[in-house]
Design a protein. Structure first.
Lengths: 258, 308
C-alpha cells in the first residue's frame, strides 16, 4: 500500500479520535453493564440471550451511526475547510485521498469494535460465569459486523464525494435500511412480473445485502455459522466495498474543485 | 462574587430545582393515571410488522418483548387479575421475532394455561404456542414434556398427553422419563401418584429457579389434596359409625388410630369443620390446592416457599 494512503488513513483515524468518537464506548459500557446486571431481575431465563443480542446490536448500531456520520463528512469537510487543497497540492492522487480516508475510518471502527467486543465478552462472563466453546461464535458475528461497517463506510464516502453531508446521510441510512430488507426485496422481485420484476431484481442485487451479514440471533442461540457463509460474506463485502470505493474515486476524480 | 460565578451558581440551582420539579410532577402524574404505561396496551400487535420494524435486530426485539411479557404477567398476577388480554399477543410477537427462544414457550405456556388468577385460563392458546415451539425446535424434548403437561394438568386430556409424551420420547437425547410418563398417562392418569411423579420430574429436570419453585408449590399442594381426601374419607367413616361428625382433628386421629395429629407440609394441624369437611390452617400458604379450602375463600397474593 502506498505510504501516502497510510499517512492519510492514520490522520483520519487521529482526527476521529480527536473528535471524541471513541466516547461512544462509555455509553456502550454503561448500556451493557446495566443490561447484564438488571435484566436478570426483570425478565426470566434470557440473561445470556440479552447480553449477546444487546451487545452485538449495540456494536452494530453504534458503528453504523459512526460510519455514516463521519463518512459523510470525510470529503465535504475537507473541501469546506479548504484543507483538501493543501493535501492535493502535494504529490497525492485523488484516489489515494479517497482510499486513505476509507482505511482511516475503517480503522477507527475496527478499534471501536475491538473495545466493544471486550465489553461484550466481559458482560457475558459476568452473566454465565464461564465461557463455553459456542461463545466463540460471537467472534464470527463481530467479524460480519465489521464487514457491514466496511460496506457502509464505502457507501458514505461514495455519497460524500458528490453530495452534501445531509443528503449523503439520508442516502447512506436509507441504503442501510433497504439493505436490511434485501431478502424481502428479492422475494418481492420473485413475485413480480414483466418490467417490475426486472427493476426489482436489479434493485435487490444493487443494494447491499445486510441481512446475510446479520447472524446475531443465530449466534445468540449458539447455532453454528458455516465456513462457506463466512467465506462468501467476506468476498461479498470486499467486492461491494471495492465497487462503492471505485464509484467514489470515479466521481471524485472528475469533480471540479475550483 | 464575579459575574461568571454568580451565573454558575444560579444556573446550577435552576438545574437542581427544575430536575426535582420534573421528578415530583411525574410521580404526581403517575398517581393521576395509574398503570397507564404498560398495562393492556399494545400499540403494534402484528408480529410481522414488528419483525420488519426491527430492521434485522429481531433477536434483541424478542428479548424486549419477552421481558415485557414477564412484566405484564407478573404485575397482573400479583394483582390477582382475572384477565390477561395482552398475554397471548405478547407471546405470539416474542416467538415470531425469535422462534428459538425456549423460555418464551416453557414459561409462556405456564402463564397462559392455568385458570385465573394463577394464569390466563387459555389452555388452547398455550397448546398452539407449544405446537409452534415444537415445529421450530423439533429436537427439544422439554417442549413436548411441557405440552403434555398442559394437556394433563389443565385439560385432563390424558389421551393427548400420552401421545405427546410418546412423541417426545422419540426425540434424540430425550429424558428416559418421557417413556414412563407416556405409559403412566395411559394407565393411571388421574392418580395423585402420577401428578406427584410429573411435578417431581419437573423439579429434577430443570435448573431454572422459578420452575423448581413452582414445582415445589405443586408438590405441596398435591400432598395437601391427598391428605384432605384421605381425612375426609376417615371422617365419613367416623360419621357412619357414630352418627355425628368428629369434634376435632384429635378425635378423628384417635378414632382412626393415626400415629399423631395429621399436619400439612408447614406442620400446622388440619382442622375439621362442623359439617365434617377437612380444612387447612392457612390456605394462602398453598396456592395450588383444590381441597381443604374454606367456603367463599378468596386467594391473596402468591407466597413462595423454600425448595424441598
Amino acid at each position: 500500500m502506498s505510504p501516502r494512503i497510510v499517512y492519510i488513513a492514520f490522520n483520519t483515524f487521529r482526527e476521529a479520535v480527536r473528535d471524541r468518537v471513541l466516547y461512544n464506548l462509555i455509553a456502550f459500557a454503561l448500556l451493557l453493564s446495566g443490561a447484564a446486571i438488571f435484566v436478570g431481575q426483570i425478565s426470566i431465563d434470557i440473561e445470556r440471550l440479552v447480553v449477546v443480542n444487546l451487545g452485538l446490536t449495540a456494536v452494530s448500531l453504534f458503528g453504523i451511526v459512526i460510519a455514516i456520520f463521519i463518512g459523510i463528512g470525510l470529503v465535504s469537510k475537507e473541501i469546506e475547510k479548504r484543507t483538501l487543497y493543501t493535501v492535493l497540492s502535494r504529490p497525492v492522487r485523488r484516489w489515494e485521498f479517497i482510499v486513505g480516508k476509507f482505511f482511516g475510518l475503517a480503522g477507527t471502527l475496527v478499534v471501536n469494535t475491538f473495545f466493544m467486543a471486550i465489553g461484550v465478552f466481559g458482560a457475558l462472563l459476568y452473566v454465565v460465569h464461564k465461557f463455553s466453546k459456542p461463545d466463540a461464535l460471537i467472534l464470527v458475528a463481530l467479524y460480519f459486523i465489521v464487514l457491514e461497517f466496511l460496506i457502509i463506510c464505502s457507501l458514505a464516502l461514495l455519497f460524500s464525494s458528490f453530495s452534501s453531508p445531509l443528503l449523503s446521510a439520508v442516502f447512506a441510512f436509507s441504503l442501510f435500511v433497504i439493505g436490511s430488507f434485501a431478502d424481502d426485496l428479492r422475494g418481492f422481485a420473485a413475485m413480480a412480473h414483466g418490467l417490475t420484476r426486472w427493476v426489482a431484481t436489479g434493485a435487490a442485487y444493487l443494494v447491499p445485502n445486510f441481512s446475510a451479514l446479520n447472524v446475531i440471533s443465530a449466534v445468540a442461540h449458539q447455532q453454528p455459522v458455516s465456513g462457506q457463509l463466512i467465506l462468501n460474506n467476506t468476498l461479498y463485502a470486499m467486492f461491494y466495498t471495492a465497487m462503492a470505493l471505485s464509484g467514489a474515486v470515479l466521481i471524485f476524480e472528475r469533480r471540479n474543485l475550483k | 462574587m464575579t459575574a461568571t460565578r454568580r451565573t454558575t451558581i444560579i444556573s446550577a440551582a435552576c438545574l437542581a430545582v427544575s430536575m426535582s420539579a420534573c421528578i415530583l410532577l411525574l410521580r404526581h402524574i403517575d398517581q393521576i393515571r395509574p398503570k397507564a404505561t404498560i398495562e393492556d396496551v399494545l400499540y403494534l400487535n402484528s408480529p410481522t410488522t414488528i419483525k420488519r420494524a426491527s430492521v434485522g435486530f429481531d433477536g434483541l426485539m424478542a428479548c424486549i418483548y419477552w421481558t415485557r411479557t414477564v412484566q405484564y404477567f407478573g404485575h397482573r398476577h400479583f394483582d390477582r387479575a382475572h384477565t390477561y388480554n395482552e398475554l397471548a399477543p405478547l407471546l405470539e410477537i416474542t416467538t415470531t421475532l425469535d422462534p428459538h427462544m425456549l423460555p418464551a414457550y416453557q414459561f409462556g405456556a405456564s402463564f397462559l394455561a392455568p385458570k385465573p388468577p394463577a394464569g390466563a385460563g387459555e389452555p388452547v392458546r398455550a397448546i398452539h404456542l407449544m405446537e409452534y415451539g415444537i415445529a421450530n425446535n423439533p429436537n427439544n424434548w422439554r417442549l413436548y414434556y411441557d405440552l403434555g403437561f398442559v394437556y394433563y394438568t389443565e385439560l385432563k386430556d390424558y389421551r393427548n398427553a400420552a401421545e405427546v409424551f410418546e412423541r417426545g420420547s422419540k426425540v434424540p437425547d430425550a429424558h428416559p422419563f418421557m417413556k414412563i410418563m407416556a405409559a403412566q398417562m395411559a394407565a393411571h392418569a388421574g392418580d395423585f401418584e402420577t401428578a406427584r411423579m410429573l411435578w417431581s420430574a419437573t423439579y429434577d429436570s430443570s435448573s431454572e429457579e422459578n420452575i423448581r419453585q413452582n414445582a415445589v408449590e405443586h408438590l405441596r399442594a398435591i400432598r395437601v389434596d391427598e391428605d384432605v381426601t384421605n381425612l375426609e374419607t376417615l371422617a365419613k367413616t367416623f360419621e357412619e359409625r357414630t352418627g355425628r361428625t368428629p369434634s376435632g382433628i384429635a378425635e378423628l386421629a384417635t378414632a382412626a388410630h393415626l400415629r399423631g395429629i395429621p399436619v400439612d407440609p408447614d406442620g400446622d394441624a388440619y382442622q375439621i369443620a362442623p359439617d365434617g369437611r377437612v380444612l387447612v390452617h392457612d390456605p394462602d400458604d398453598f396456592p395450588f390446592i383444590t381441597k381443604g379450602l374454606p367456603p367463599g375463600y378468596k386467594p391473596g397474593p402468591p407466597k413462595f416457599h423454600a425448595q424441598r
